[in-house]
Design a binder for this molecule. Structure first.
Ligand SMILES: *[C@@H]1O[C@H](CO)[C@@H](O)[C@H](O)[C@H]1NC(C)=O
Ligand SMILES: *[C@@H]1O[C@H](CO)[C@@H](O)[C@H](O)[C@H]1NC(C)=O
Ligand SMILES: *[C@@H]1O[C@H](CO)[C@@H](O)[C@H](O)[C@H]1NC(C)=O
Ligand SMILES: *[C@@H]1O[C@H](CO)[C@@H](O)[C@H](O)[C@H]1NC(C)=O
Ligand SMILES: *[C@@H]1O[C@H](CO)[C@@H](O)[C@H](O)[C@H]1NC(C)=O
Ligand SMILES: *[C@@H]1O[C@H](CO)[C@@H](O)[C@H](O)[C@H]1NC(C)=O
Ligand SMILES: *[C@@H]1O[C@H](CO)[C@@H](O)[C@H](O)[C@H]1NC(C)=O
Ligand SMILES: *[C@@H]1O[C@H](CO)[C@@H](O)[C@H](O)[C@H]1NC(C)=O
Ligand SMILES: *[C@@H]1O[C@H](CO)[C@@H](O)[C@H](O)[C@H]1NC(C)=O
Ligand SMILES: *[C@@H]1O[C@H](CO)[C@@H](O)[C@H](O)[C@H]1NC(C)=O
Ligand SMILES: *[C@@H]1O[C@H](CO)[C@@H](O)[C@H](O)[C@H]1NC(C)=O
Ligand SMILES: *[C@@H]1O[C@H](CO)[C@@H](O)[C@H](O)[C@H]1NC(C)=O
Length: 441
């Protein structure tokens, strides 16, 4: 049953030993048993407009004193809803399967009308941003523990989480003593992939077996917990960047990637953040068609300065609004002279997603023309060669002995003409097909 929770509000008891102000809360379920527990610190940095071309950045923390109204617990879904100040809130949604639970998303809502936090704001709106942190695979009946700082950036908002202890789906009404420690807190056993290359057959001298194909990740953004996705994307991603004279490559690891972003009417953003890569995709919507308009990428190599590349003048991944763009083949995007993006098994829909599903796909020319045309032309050629052979055999059989033997070359000529015409037609059909791929809905 859906239980609306009864909430207790703990004021951390001015413990002088704790330098800062952790926020500690507990949520009880309808049976008045503890079902959600949190003890954490969150710092917010919000950039907001104070005039034409002028912005300020507000820095504030999640206070000790919060309300938990709106928090809910049931067997598979729990929401921790912390309200604070004048209309601000910070909410975390958890879901559970049999052995583990995870955070699906965090929604931070801030009220620009609160002049104590946002002085001189030109807007008085309440805004929300959603992020999907990598708080996954937390063992049931354990709490998630992460002392390290985790930065979650979306648009003009940065949330820094640290000293986090979080337990959802508490069993038996008491907090667990066992924790699931986040990767960032684990002693640094290098996360580098085990590059034992298994050479099977004859050692072919391929000089480029650098990285495996990147894992395909599924990324989506929803405006709030109650809504289905408004932006969806799946792809594997590799980045090639120049460091000095050398070209390095790095893959994005989906299950170590925080997802953020926001859907707008004319523009939507997807922001992916891992320890080494931050990438922001900005999609534009000109009412009929959408395209990838801007990319802003930061790569933090193990050694050396971060590599930053931004291009705000792109026009790729074009498709009709209401459809999705797809490219299964590896696709190369030159972002700047020093940075190149490679995508694999790409499918994106930045606008008009319905029911959390991709709409009809418009395939990229790489997929379309390169596969369809050779198949069509090849099939047509095979057909026609067969026709010519048959025509020739018939001609020989029927007319060779008669006075009409002069017809044999004519028949062969006619068949050849046919062949050429059919090849042309099939070629044109192939061309048309690949072109309408971009135009029809
Ligand atoms: C738990 O709540 C969610 C929505 O909050 C609902 O979709 C789901 O069916 C509920 N599950 C159970 C077991 O009641
Ligand atoms: C919440 O539940 C715990 C036990 O799970 C209990 O000790 C505590 O008193 C409850 N809080 C309230 C406000 O009832
Ligand atoms: C969070 O903000 C507080 C107060 O501004 C500051 O003392 C603290 O160092 C910040 N913590 C982090 C991790 O940024
Ligand atoms: C605001 O910035 C834009 C672009 O940087 C500039 O074209 C415009 O003149 C600026 N407006 C004012 C009032 O400064
Ligand atoms: C906590 O918040 C409540 C309601 O907003 C308020 O009445 C109370 O004084 C606050 N306590 C502290 C210590 O700030
Ligand atoms: C807000 O604007 C007033 C005047 O318009 C100015 O005096 C004040 O310094 C501004 N405050 C901030 C925090 O920018
Ligand atoms: C927000 O601002 C608009 C105009 O700037 C004003 O009409 C409206 O009343 C304001 N709303 C609130 C809640 O202050
Ligand atoms: C890497 O491979 C070696 C040899 O195959 C193995 O002994 C080692 O445990 C592997 N390390 C990791 C982290 O998987
Ligand atoms: C989700 O929907 C419920 C009921 O429809 C509402 O009470 C709650 O505030 C909504 N939550 C958000 C984050 O919009
Ligand atoms: C991420 O995926 C890899 C394999 O794809 C797996 O070995 C690793 O344990 C996963 N990490 C997490 C934190 O789930
Ligand atoms: C790219 O992102 C960085 C870091 O967030 C920011 O400082 C920079 O202004 C961005 N560049 C563009 C062109 O948006
Ligand atoms: C990207 O740049 C490389 C080298 O500068 C060039 O060979 C390649 O054609 C470019 N690709 C695209 C799609 O522009």
């Amino acid at each position: 049953m859906f239980c609306c929770a009864f909430l207790v509000l703990f004021l951390a008891l001015g413990n002088e030993l704790h330098l800062s102000h952790a926020t500690e809360v507990s949520v009880n379920n309808t049976e008045n048993k503890l079902c959600l527990y949190a003890n954490l610190m969150v710092n917010f940095s919000v950039t907001y407009e104070v005039g034409v071309n002028k912005s300020e950045t507000a820095l504030f923390v999640l206070p000790e004193n919060v309300t938990t109204e709106g928090s809910t617990c049931n067997d598979t879904t729990s929401t921790l809803q912390l309200g604070f100040g004048d209309g601000h809130s910070w909410a975390v949604k958890f879901t559970k399967d049999t052995k583990t639970y995870q955070v699906d998303a965090i929604v931070f809502t801030y009220n620009l009308n609160d002049s104590s936090v946002f002085p001189n704001s030109t807007s008085n709106e309440t805004k929300s941003v959603m992020v999907k942190p990598t708080i996954t695979n937390v063992g049931v009946d354990t709490y998630y523990s992460c002392k390290s700082k985790v930065l979650l950036k979306v648009e003009s908002v940065t949330q820094t989480l640290y000293d986090v202890a979080l337990q959802a789906f508490v069993t038996n009404g008491s907090k667990s003593d066992t924790d699931t420690v986040c990767a960032a807190d684990l002693p640094t056993t290098t996360v580098a992939p085990n590059t034992t290359v298994t050479t099977t057959a004859a050692p072919t001298s391929t000089p480029t077996p650098t990285l495996p194909t990147p894992t395909t990740g599924n990324y989506s953004i929803a405006p709030d917990f109650n809504s289905t996705a408004c932006l969806m994307a799946t792809f594997g991603l590799r980045i090639g960047y120049k460091q000095g004279d050398k070209v390095e490559t790095i893959n994005l690891v989906p299950n170590a990637t925080n997802v953020g972003g926001a859907c707008g009417v004319n523009s939507s953003d997807l922001i992916l953040t891992s320890n080494t890569i931050t990438i922001m995709f900005t999609f534009s919507n000109d009412s009929k068609m959408f395209h990838l308009h801007a990319l802003n990428i930061t790569v933090k190599p193990a050694t050396g300065a971060p590599v930053v590349a931004a291009n705000t003048n792109m026009s790729v991944w074009v498709a009709a609004v209401g459809s999705s763009y797809m490219c299964n083949k590896e696709q190369t995007l030159n972002v700047t002279d020093t940075l190149t993006l490679y995508t694999f098994a790409l499918r994106v829909q930045p606008f008009g997603v319905k029911k959390g599903e991709f709409a009809t796909a418009h395939e990229c020319s790489l997929d379309d023309t390169s596969i369809l045309i050779p198949i069509i032309v090849g099939a047509a050629l095979a057909c026609l060669i067969l026709i010519v052979v048959i025509a020739y055999v018939i001609a020989v059989e029927c007319f060779m002995d008669s006075d009409l033997s002069f017809l044999v070359p004519i028949a062969v000529g006619v068949a050849l003409g046919f062949l050429i015409i059919l090849v042309l037609i099939s070629y044109l059909i192939g061309r048309r097909k690949s072109r309408t791929g971009y135009q029809s809905v």
